[in-house]
Design a protein around this ligand. Structure first.
Ligand SMILES: CC(C)=CCC/C(C)=C/CC/C(C)=C/COP(=O)(O)OP(=O)(O)O
Ligand SMILES: [Zn+2]
Length: 433
């Protein structure tokens, strides 16, 4: 997939032939890898950091106000590029940082929220992208540029009487809108009962018979929306209302023989689902009840709503009993380590060998071109994989958790917001005072 926007109500089916073509390409890469000497294998698995930084920095430089391509997506481009750079442990120079802050400020509507470009109507997707970009940049200038009071007014404006959110005033209502609204409200510390009211009802109405979550009631379960729905439910402390057993069942079967994830049943593998589906696992791994310890999200990482363990917020794993919990969530939870409930090594292999471009950037699959969206979500997924053995943020991953040289290690992300953990903590401190 190459957008964060379309709907999944009707879909073209993928033919068996298409599946085989992709599998053929992927297996050819793995065959070559299997037959080359060890030293060449190490090289193939290396994250080409400098090339990625070059590609990303050039992208940011081109993102000047006169850059008209994908005009309504510029806050997204900012986020994809800045977050990728942060994941690689780098920062941007002073001038680029200032340009980004000024540009995003010009996208901020006087009545709250951010549009896709200066003077454009505020929209939840670009608001999420702008807020996450500014949090990723960090520092007083970036963080204080967000008008939280007006943003709250905008969020109330796009809240539907049913409880769900609309992408913009009078716009479409879906799980993406619910997540982006709750995510920005939570990270900016403006989430309250009015914003939370009944949003959980809408999200549970989108969980399908397959177990994953769809964009709207009656649509098809999809990784992007499953991430959004699950993260939002954790942030509002209502994750217990989802049928977790079915959700887990659905997501584990989305990792295919190609080693990467597909977004939905019978569709093709794609690098961006390394985060949308991988992020679902990262969230699940931090739900203490699922790892046998009780309630909600681990304190150090969650917002107030998620740590507020009222009896209503207790996680019961949906319709399943404790005895029905899958064993892989209970194994190996010891000495700061846990066993990931997906094939983390296989996913790292897909990202590094099939999605990574040797000239920098990442792509959906072999044969496709690199882009900033796939670069952001392949790197986010790679980070999720590398930290999937760590029980908490204080334990660095063991060497065996990182495929390729240990220098491939990225920064950890907060899986509910998809910002680098360090930047999340800075924002949390800043907005709590
Ligand atoms: C935070 C935020 C805004 C998140 C967006 C989440 C997200 C990625 C939603 C999925 C959108 C979608 C309809 C993809 C299907 O595309 P496709 O048919 O091209 O791909 P497919 O064949 O892989 O399903
Ligand atoms: Zn994709």
């Amino acid at each position: 997939m190459d957008s964060v926007g379309s709907s999944t109500r009707r879909r073209p089916t993928v033919s068996q032939h298409e599946q085989w073509m992709v599998q053929d390409q992927v297996f050819q890469i793995y065959d070559i890898f299997a037959t080359i000497p060890h030293s060449a294998q190490t090289l193939m698995l290396e994250l080409v950091r400098d090339k990625h930084i070059d590609y990303l920095t050039r992208g940011l430089q081109q993102l000047s106000p006169s850059f008209v391509v994908l005009d309504s997506s510029r806050p997204w481009l900012c986020y994809w590029i800045l977050h990728s750079i942060a994941l690689l442990g780098e920062s941007v120079d002073f001038e680029l940082e200032n340009n980004a802050i000024d540009f995003l400020n010009r996208c901020q509507d006087p009545d709250g929220g951010y549009g896709g470009g200066p003077g454009q109507m505020p929209h939840l997707a670009t608001t999420y992208a702008a807020v996450n970009s500014l949090i990723t940049l960090g520092g007083r200038r970036a963080l204080s540029s967000i008008n939280r009071e007006k943003l709250y007014t905008f969020l109330r404006k796009v809240k539907d009487p049913s409880g769900a959110f609309r992408m913009h005033d009078g716009g479409e209502m879906d799980v993406r809108a619910c997540y982006t609204a709750i995510s920005v409200a939570s990270i900016l510390n403006i989430l309250d009962d009015e914003l939370v009211k009944d949003v959980g009802n809408y999200i549970i109405s989108c969980q399908t018979y397959e177990g994953g979550i769809a964009g709207e009631p009656g649509s098809e379960a999809h990784g992007g929306y499953t991430f959004c729905g699950l993260a939002a439910m954790v942030l509002i402390n209502e994750v217990n209302r989802l049928d977790m057993a079915r959700l887990i069942d659905w997501v584990v079967f989305r990792q295919g023989v190609e080693c990467g994830f597909q977004g939905r049943t019978n569709k093709l593998v794609d690098g961006c689902y390394s985060f949308w589906q991988g992020g679902v696992f990262a969230i699940l791994q931090r739900l203490r009840s699922v790892s046998g310890e009780g309630v909600a999200f681990s304190d150090a990482e969650a917002g107030d709503y998620a740590t507020d363990s009222t009896s209503e917020g207790e996680v019961t794993n949906g319709n399943s009993s404790e005895a029905d919990e899958p064993d892989h969530f209970k194994q190996g939870v010891d000495h700061g380590e846990m066993v990931p409930p997906f094939h983390s090594m296989a996913l790292q292999q897909y990202i590094l060998l099939c999605s990574q471009e040797q000239d920098g950037g990442f792509r959906d699959k072999p044969g496709k071109a690199r882009d900033f969206y796939h670069t952001c979500y392949c790197l986010s997924g790679l980070s999720v994989c590398q930290y999937s053995w760590s029980k908490d943020e204080h334990s660095p991953p063991p060497t065996r958790a990182v495929l390729g040289p240990y220098s491939n290690l990225l920064e950890p992300v907060h899986p509910l917001y998809n910002v680098v953990l360090k930047q999340y903590h800075e924002a949390r401190d800043f907005f709590s005072s």
